[in-house]
Write a protein that binds this ligand. Sequence first.
Ligand code: FE2
Length: 305
Amino acid sequence: MYLEGRGTTLFEEEKIRFSKPNVPLLRGKGYSCVDMHFHTRYSDGSSRVDTVKKKLKKRQIGVAITDHNEIKGSVKLIRSNGKLLVIPGIELSSSEGSHYLFYFNNVGDMQHFYKSHIIPAKDIHPHFALKISTDELLDLAQDYNCLTSVAHPYLPNFFGVLKNIRRGYVSKDVIKRFDAVEVINGNLLEKMNLKSVKMAYDLNKSYTGGTDGHVTRALGKVLTCAHAETPEAFLDEIRRKRNIVVGKESMLISKTWPTVLATRHNLRHQFNGYWHYKAKHWNERFVKYHARQIRETLSALKEKI
Ligand SMILES: [Fe+2]
């Protein structure tokens, strides 16, 4: 049964809880708890992988590092990981601009997917829109048995798929092709997350949740919990709709930090991209100029001879 409400109201037989996660209690009930949406320095976050690892150990939770179009942070944590549950993941930006979360059963599958399809599709800014549409991304995902989730669908800009659907850039039916919807995103307002819950319920989709944290302090404030010990089993529980999502959106002041960090990061990349373009352009002009000079000198010498 779907129950509409606010605050700590429970949704659909307690599968979605808008409250601060009580990790010891959840672990006592046999749940593994994973923040399924977190960013590091490898895209626009501020956290180092080592710092993330320390906090995960302290809080006894797992994570999916989902950097924008990037897997270095995720691979680094998985390779150095001890007993922590780390789900291989990535946040992809389609050519239309919307963001999607792709989760893999193992790091090998993720690396193969990334090298074969994502690296060739990157544009001048590595973390902005790829040259692959939403439909194409979903087609590619079919070969990897990965779990696909619509990230922050109601984010009121083009990073949220609903905006793209309203403008006619993405087909309305495309959401039906995803396995899951991100029902609690720590950076959204509660009213936006409530809409995501309704969307997931109406379309009979699985539920995922994560902080979308860009600073270590945010890590673990939204958790996806399931009775599973490995990434494969955890994702399977989500597919079977046997998981729960527990968490609370960050305070308004905390929501501004990701924006500040992302803006700084994007400006730096834009700046680097601009100078890279300029340097290339100047190099070409320099080579052309000197080639012409050499040609003219040689022809002048020939005439003298
Ligand atoms: Fe994100």
